[in-house]
Write a protein that binds this ligand. Structure first.
Ligand SMILES: O=P(O)(O)OC[C@H]1O[C@H](O)[C@H](O)[C@@H](O)[C@@H]1O
Length: 618
């Protein structure tokens, strides 16, 4: 059972007085009528009677945030800090996970102001788990919590889908590892080539880096972009082992251009190598998606479902994350167990006893509920290098939204970056310590340095891991001494259970925080805008090629200026994009510059190397 030390100090006589915080008459803001709350960026436009507005544009409408000391100075007395540390330390006994928010300077008044907000956030989260349409823009349920405890699923049908898929994933991985399912050569599969992007790559990449054994049954590689050179590199690295590579094509929508391009490129590599792709292909996608139907019609080895109520950025505990993990010999049942235990802890509707709520409250205080400061994620463990990259999508694609649930323009978000410590201390900690104060840090501490019996002292009484520990603690202290706030998450070691727990912790924290700032955390309208714009560039490119082809089919060839191409395309306003298209194609020997060079756009006269008669009248 999770316990929080603060429970031991719940009586006021024991509660240490945090003297530095401004003493405020306790007049917590009365919670707005609706479930939703409006950060200052929207309140200023539409202030309900019971919400005070703040003159400051950078803090929320909470009195405590408005009273944050201008210089942001924090408690420095060591005894008071120790008392604060002890009061706020959260421990999950079963998971061996600790959360320290004592170096975030929230006031008692702020906590009191937030409690009614959290009550509503907890109710909102309870509804999500029960199958409410929590993604109203897409009319979808949000069910990633059901993946690690299918009894939570709102219907028997969904529960069965989850259970059957997990059993199939488990069985398939065992059959591949045991050699029951073999490569066409008759040998065991030796590699996985994962083709996917965004949530169909970041989770599997993070988990592979964190948990794959030194000699996994199958080694994994990723194609997670439409970069031809990157794809060539992965294929080249596989070499002859392409013949014993299981290609896993992952796409919830089944239509993401980068993933489709990766598939086509890999299928060409298979043809060039005289291999039959279908005999080595597996699809993970929504049923009846373009990818699903392609895999079915082409007779790929197998297909695993993604469910519409699981978002890409919360799909690590679905087949998306579990199948590649299992094929690498990672204990996926332990991952699910860790996540399930954390889910139980993060549904406790008591702020001080809920680690996800403590995280969300800390984020809210540190970034004023409007993303005014960035979240720098610093795992002091090589194997957790990709955790911040994983969190970038989970946090920023969930929270980075233009409008809140009431339609107010809020431009919300919380920026995430970081790599690992102590390495990053030799890169940008200088700025964090002394430079612009636009962040708060999150340290991820792993207590176990090496497996038992494998450690040694590189100097009397000191191990390599002691240095890592010292660097983490030293950086935390150095930042705090200069009023830079931080959170610390501590786990005993990096295991499937602790990784599953951390994934679940942050999934819930993001969901609770989204409730606090009244946004839909489960859609991504901005991404669609980017996809649409990319499609328009490609459509314009086709027109440019057609115009240049006409010029190239004349006798003699009539090279065209950028202006002329734009006129012939009937889109003079796209002249800059037309120039960029021609420059890119010239760099790839697909357009010839008869005159001029790309440094002087107006000097260019371009045509195609050869006339394509078929295209002339297409
Ligand atoms: O899994 P797919 O459908 O291919 O989507 C891959 C990614 O595409 C977009 O970028 C979405 O915003 C992400 O949430 C998603 O993970």
């Amino acid at each position: 059972m999770a316990s929080s030390l603060s429970n031991l100090y719940s009586s006021t006589s024991l509660k240490p007085k945090i003297s530095h915080l401004p003493t405020i008459t306790k007049n917590p803001i009365s919670g707005p009528k609706s479930l939703s709350f409006k950060p200052i960026s929207s309140v200023a436009r539409d202030t309900p009677a019971d919400l005070s507005t703040s003159s400051s544009s950078s803090t929320n409408n909470l009195p405590s945030l408005q009273k944050k000391k201008a210089d942001g100075s924090l408690e420095k007395d060591p005894r008071a800090l120790w008392a604060r540390y002890v009061e706020w330390l959260y421990q999950h006994k079963d998971l061996g996970l600790y959360l320290d928010v004592s170096r975030i300077g929230f006031s008692d008044e702020f906590v009191k102001e937030m409690e009614p907000r959290f009550e509503k956030a907890f109710k909102h989260m309870e509804g999500i788990e029960k199958g409410a349409i929590a993604n109203p823009d897409e009319g979808r349920m949000v069910g990633h919590y059901w993946l690690r405890n299918s009894s939570l699923a709102p219907t028997t049908f969904l529960k069965n889908q989850i259970d059957v898929t997990l059993d199939r994933v488990w069985q398939f991985a065992n059959d591949v590892i045991s050699g029951k399912i073999k490569a066409p050569t008759g040998e065991r599969f030796t590699h996985i080539l994962s083709v996917g992007i965004g949530g169909s790559a970041l989770g599997p990449q993070f988990v592979a880096e964190a948990l794959a054994p030194d000699n996994p049954p199958l080694k994994i590689r990723f194609i997670d972009n439409t970069d031809p050179a990157g794809i060539d590199h992965q294929i080249a690295q596989l070499g002859p082992e392409l013949a014993t590579t299981l290609v896993m094509v992952i796409s919830k929508s089944g239509g993401t251009p980068e993933t489709r391009n990766g598939l086509l490129e890999v299928q060409k590599a298979f043809r060039d190598a005289g291999l039959v792709f279908a005999k080595q292909g597996v699809a993970i996608t929504q049923e009846n998606s373009l990818l699903d139907n392609t895999a079915r019609i082409e007779g790929w080895i197998d297909r695993f479902p993604m469910f519409d109520w699981v978002g890409g950025r919360t799909s690590e505990m679905s087949a998306v994350g579990l199948l590649p993990a299992a094929l690498q010999g990672i204990d996926i049942k332990e991952m699910l167990a860790g996540a399930a235990l954390m889910d139980e802890a993060t549904k406790i509707p008591v702020l001080r006893s809920n680690p996800a709520a403590l995280l969300a409250m800390s984020w809210y205080w540190a970034s004023d509920g409007v993303g005014s400061k960035d979240m720098v994620v610093l795992p002091y463990k090589d194997s957790l290098l990709l955790f911040s990259r994983y969190l970038q999508q989970l946090v920023m694609e969930s929270l980075g939204k233009e409008f809140d649930l009431d339609g107010n323009k809020v431009n919300q978000g919380l920026t995430v970056y970081g790599n690992k410590g102590s390495t990053d201390q030799h890169a940008y900690i200088q700025q964090l310590r002394d430079g612009v104060h636009n962040f708060f840090a999150t340290f991820i501490e792993v207590l176990r340095d090496r497996p038992p019996g494998h450690d040694w002292e590189l100097e009397p009484g000191v191990t390599c891991g002691d240095y890592l520990f010292g660097m983490l603690q030293g950086t935390r202290s150095a930042l705090y001494a200069n009023n830079r706030e931080s959170i610390s998450v501590t786990v005993q070691e990096v295991t499937p259970r602790s990784v599953g727990a951390m994934v679940a912790l942050y999934e819930r924290a993001v969901g609770l925080y989204a409730s606090l700032v009244n946004i839909n955390a489960y859609h991504q309208p901005g991404v669609e805008a980017g996809k649409k714009a990319a499609a328009e560039v490609l459509a314009l490119q086709k027109r440019v090629l057609a115009v240049l082809n006409e010029a190239s089919c004349k006798d003699p060839v009539e090279p065209l200026t950028i202006e002329e191409v734009a006129d012939h395309c009937h889109c003079p306003d796209d002249i800059e994009m037309i120039y960029k298209i021609i420059a890119h194609m010239a760099a790839n020997d697909r357009v010839i510059l008869a005159e001029g060079d790309c440094g002087s756009p107006r000097s260019i006269k371009a045509f195609l190397g050869e006339c394509n008669v078929d295209e002339l009248y297409a």
